[in-house]
Design a binder for this molecule. Structure first.
Ligand code: 4NP
Length: 159
């Protein structure tokens, strides 16, 4: 838990410009609508895009669907994230492996694939849409919204 004791969640993808900023924006909005106090952020495995705004396709698809990216700038995962966040959700298996190799022994953060919250589903990964077209971004929005809804239901049942 963070200092203010809200549940804290970090979403992680490779570059922090396509998938994880979208997951951050979707989850923040849905948690707020559900009345669940959370602290949400996102980060990337690589530093290549650090300081950049989300990909224009993430902004377009997200904003069309009512999500806000006001303070969204890419950053790389930091060692301190592993003690700051309760849950660190990876978008794909490569991201998860990278996170597992970075996690310090002192960290209690729960690492997992974001889509693992979807019970009765074979889906494991939010696919990397970077080199594809806008339809890939529509697809990842659907997956992210489903997973966000499912995780929020799980959090509600813990209350
Ligand atoms: P993301 O997408 O991991 O969802 O932000 C990507 C962004 C950039 C690159 C790959 C994936 N890249 O190779 O630069």
């Amino acid at each position: 838990m963070t200092a203010n004791s809200d549940l804290s969640i970090l979403f992680v993808c490779l570059g922090n410009i396509c998938r994880s900023p979208l997951a951050e924006a979707v989850f923040r909005t849905k948690a707020h609508q559900a009345g669940i106090p959370v602290s949400v952020d996102s980060a990337g495995i690589i530093s290549y895009h650090a300081g950049k705004r989300p990909d224009p396709r993430t902004l377009a698809i997200g904003e069309e669907n009512g999500y806000s990216f006001e303070n969204s700038y890419a950053r790389q995962v930091a060692t301190t994230d592993f003690t700051k966040y309760d849950h660190i959700f990876a978008m794909d298996k490569d991201n998860l492996e990278a996170l597992q190799s970075l996690q310090p022994d002192s960290s209690d953060a729960q690492l997992g694939l974001f889509l693992s919250v979807l019970q009765d589903s074979d889906l494991a990964e939010v696919p990397d849409p970077y080199y594809g077209g806008i339809e890939g971004f529509q697809h990842i929005l659907q997956l992210i919204e489903q997973a966000a809804d499912a995780f929020i239901e799980q959090l509600k049942s813990r209350e």
